[in-house]
Structures are given as C-alpha cells and as structure tokens.
Design a binder for this molecule. Structure first.
Ligand SMILES: [Zn+2]
Length: 466
C-alpha cells in the first residue's frame, strides 16, 4: 500500500510537471509545407569532450522528448549540428524561421508521431563556429578554458548558443558528462549543478530538474588561473547557503573576494527580508573587476562586477527563481531588478506606452524597454497598491521554477489584490506599439542595450573571462 501510494504520488508529480510545460509550449505552425511542432524534452544528457592535445571540442546531446502533436519536432542550436539521429536513425536537419521571422529553430528531416522519441545531436564547440557571438573554448598550456555564457537580450542567446536544447518554456532534467582528454594541468569547474569526478578528468554534473535553457552556469578553467573563496551565508530561515566566489588570479584577487563576500552576504540578507527564502541550493559568483563590463544572471549563479552584484543577485529570485516562459515575459524580472537598483521609487504618473510584453509571438529575447520603462511600471503599481513587495514575495513562494507568461503575472497580481489591472498592462506593457516621450526617445533602439548591467561584452573580454 505504501509502495503503491509512493508510485501514485510520483506519477502525479510527473504529470503536473509535464502539464505545466505543455501549457507553456509555443503553438505549432507551418513552414515550407511542414507542420512544425514544439515538444516537451524530459531528459537530456550532454557528453562534452575537450580534446586538449588536438585543441578541439564537441558535444553530443541525447535528447528524450514527448510529442503531443505529430509533426517535425523543434530543437535549437545556433551552430549547425555535425550529425543528427532520430530514434537511432541518421537523418538530416534544417533551420526554419518563425512565421514573422522573429527567430529561427531547427527540425530533423523526418516527422514524429505522438509519443516518446529521442534525438541525438552532435555540435562542434570550436571558436571558429562563433562569429562574434561568444567563444566557448580556448586551448593552451595543457588545459582548456571554456564556458557557456548566456545573453537574454539577444536572439538565440541562451544554452542554444552552444548546445542543442529547447525554447525557454521547457524544464528539462539535464546532465553533463565532461571529458578532458589529454589534460596536463588540474582544472576547476564552477557550476550551479552538482559535480563529481567519476574517473580521472571525467566529471558528471547533474542540474536540478526545473532548469531551462536559461538556467545553467558552467565554467571550466585551469585551477592555477583562478582564486576561490568558499563560505556559507546564514539564511534568516535557519539554513546555510553554500557560496563560492571566484575571480581571475591577480594581485588584487584576495581583497576583491573579501569585498564580494561582505557585499553578497549583505544583499542576500536584504533580499530574503523583502522576498523570502533564497530559492537555490547554493550560490556561485564569478567576480569581475569594476571595468569588466556587464553582468549576467543564472539560477543561483552570476557573472558580475561589485556594482551590478545586487542586480544580478535579485535575478536569482526574479528571472531565475520566478522564471519567464518566453521573450514577452522577460521584462518582468528586469523591471523588478532595475526598480530595486533605483531604490524602489514610486511613479504616480506614467507617460509612455510600450509593447515590451507584446512582441511577435515567438520572440525569445527581453525587450530593452524592460529596464527603464518596466521599472517605472513596477514603481507605478507600487504607488497604486501601497506596497507591491508582498505580492512579489507571494509569487516567489508559490510560483518559483514554474515559467510564466505576462498574462499569468497579471492574473496573479489581480488575484492577490482582488482588482483588475488589464487597463494598466494593456497601456504600459502590452500595447501594440511603443510611444516614448520626446525627451527620452532615441536614448535607445530596439535590440540595443541601454543598461550597463547587461551591456554587451566584447568578444575579447569574453575570451579573457574564460
Ligand atoms: Zn537584469
């Protein structure tokens, strides 16, 4: 009886997880006479091989998915795969565009029926495959320096930049097997997954099963090149948060790490006071010097300068705790984070309209209006509601790790306060076009970064950071 009950609970848990992902799956469409269908990836294992002697790297992804509609199943990889198999049979692949051209994705050359299937996709991780879009691996000195840096203000800027994966709505149980062939120096792996060395120079990293294409933090580099500080943050909820701060080795490294430790502890305490328990099992911070360029958030991890630390840490609550299901929900966390950066101001009156939550249906990036105008919107709602923080804390407590749409964010706010906010959302967030007051118009254009926090990082800097 006990065993049976356990099985039933497990089965209903899986059904719940899948129904959430199903409900957030983009709609199917037709391209080149083919029915393109989005599917639900359940388990993906990546065998990542760094051949240090030959200066080459590649990844082989085993991707198990469920199709609830027959058609050509979507996966994505910005780099063209070198081989692909569907249910063990070699096939070809092609890239297709979303109906309004807003993004691209890949499909195998054969259709699938409703049911469970497996795609096996191999991609190169060589620097020559990345024209200005990030360099995943550099070899030298008997070692490799490699990372999968995200950008959520670019099309195809998440895990798909490096590895085959799904769109951001999908929670996938992911595992890396990292193999260093011919390593002559010790390496360190910094990650938000759980790592173990399963044989010499072979590492297994398991990520939480709620991770999406925007969650993973992975950086491998020769140990001699970095300085690391490990410590616990005492959560106000009684637990300890195991924290790692690391930085490139330099004369200032120890002082820098100490400064990050103090600031990180203070900011996590502040955020837990406002929004509740820090939602991740641990925290990894790659400390950058003040002139190191922008930062980027991951689930319980961040690349950041000291100035952007608060911004990146609140993203572990909003952005990678409460998660966007698509590009049209990406504004929510940037708005909240920037509102905090600005000291939580009230905005009694707003004088703009935007479509930051109403871009073309398949858009995968965050609209840059999210920072300035999004934070004004949150400050406006805070003014109207007296205090919006209790709602945000409630959202984190009840909806963390469940990717959501802007419409759901609004519905949850309406349910919390017992009022309709459709007028405000339609005007300021989900309008059909942007109207920005004259004095601020022209400060930024679509697709251009306006926030130093997430400013584009040069390719030279991205390589230095490895
Ligand atoms: Zn941000």
């Amino acid at each position: 009886m006990k065993i049976l009950l356990g099985c039933m609970l497990l089965a209903s848990g899986l059904a719940m997880a899948n129904s959430h992902d199903e409900a957030h799956k983009p709609k199917s469409f037709t391209a080149s006479g083919k029915k393109i269908v989005f599917v639900n990836y359940k388990e993906v294992t990546y065998q990542i091989t760094y051949d240090i002697n030959r200066g080459r790297a590649h990844a082989l992804a085993d991707m198990n998915f469920t199709a609830t509609e027959a058609g050509y199943p979507v996966f994505d990889s910005m780099v063209r795969p070198t081989s692909i198999a569907l249910n063990g049979k070699a096939v070809r692949e092609m890239e297709v565009k979303a109906p309004q051209g807003e993004t691209q994705m890949r499909i195998p050359s054969e259709q699938v029926a409703v049911g469970d299937h497996k795609l096996t996709v191999e991609v190169p991780l060589g620097s020559k495959n990345y024209g200005g879009g990030g360099v995943p691996a550099q070899f030298g000195g008997g070692g490799v320096r490699s990372a999968f840096w995200n950008s959520d203000i670019d099309n195809r800027g998440l895990l798909e930049r490096y590895l085959p994966t799904n769109f951001e709505f999908d929670r996938i149980k992911m595992k890396f097997i990292v193999n260093l062939v011919g390593a002559k120096v010790p390496h360190s792996i910094f990650t938000n997954g759980t790592q173990k060395e399963i044989s010499p120079n072979v590492y297994e990293i398991e990520f939480p099963n709620y991770f999406t294409s925007s969650s993973i933090y992975f950086h491998i580099t020769p140990t001699a090149g970095v300085k690391t500080l490990n410590f616990d943050i005492n959560s106000k909820f009684g637990n300890k948060i195991p924290t790692t701060v690391y930085t490139l080795n330099s004369a200032n490294a120890d002082a820098e790490l100490a400064q990050f430790k103090t600031a990180t502890t203070r900011i996590i305490n502040e955020l837990e006071n406002d929004y509740g328990k820090y939602p991740h099992p641990n925290l990894v911070i790659y400390a950058q010097s003040p002139n190191g360029g922008g930062g980027m958030e991951y689930a319980g991890a961040a690349v950041t300068s000291i100035g952007a630390l608060g911004h990146e840490l609140i993203h572990s609550f909003f952005g990678r705790g409460v998660m966007p299901a698509n590009g049209n929900a990406g504004w929510i966390d940037e708005a909240i984070a920037t509102w905090r950066d600005r000291g939580y101001p009230n905005f009694p009156v707003l004088d703009f309209q935007t479509r930051m939550g109403n871009q073309s249906y398949y858009t995968r990036w965050t609209n840059v209006n999210a920072y300035d105008y999004g934070s004004r919107f949150i400050g406006h709602m805070n003014y109207k509601l007296g205090d919006i923080k209790p709602f945000l804390a409630d959202l984190l407590a009840n909806d963390k790790f469940k990717p959501l749409f802007t419409e759901e964010f609004m519905a949850k706010m309406e349910a919390f306060y017992g009022k309709s906010f459709s007028g405000e959302f339609k005007q300021y967030i989900m309008h059909t076009h942007d109207v920005i007051p004259n004095q601020r118009r022209g400060r930024f254009k679509e697709g251009e970064s306006v926030n130093p926090i997430h400013a584009p990082i040069s390719e030279k800097r991205l390589i230095e950071m490895l």
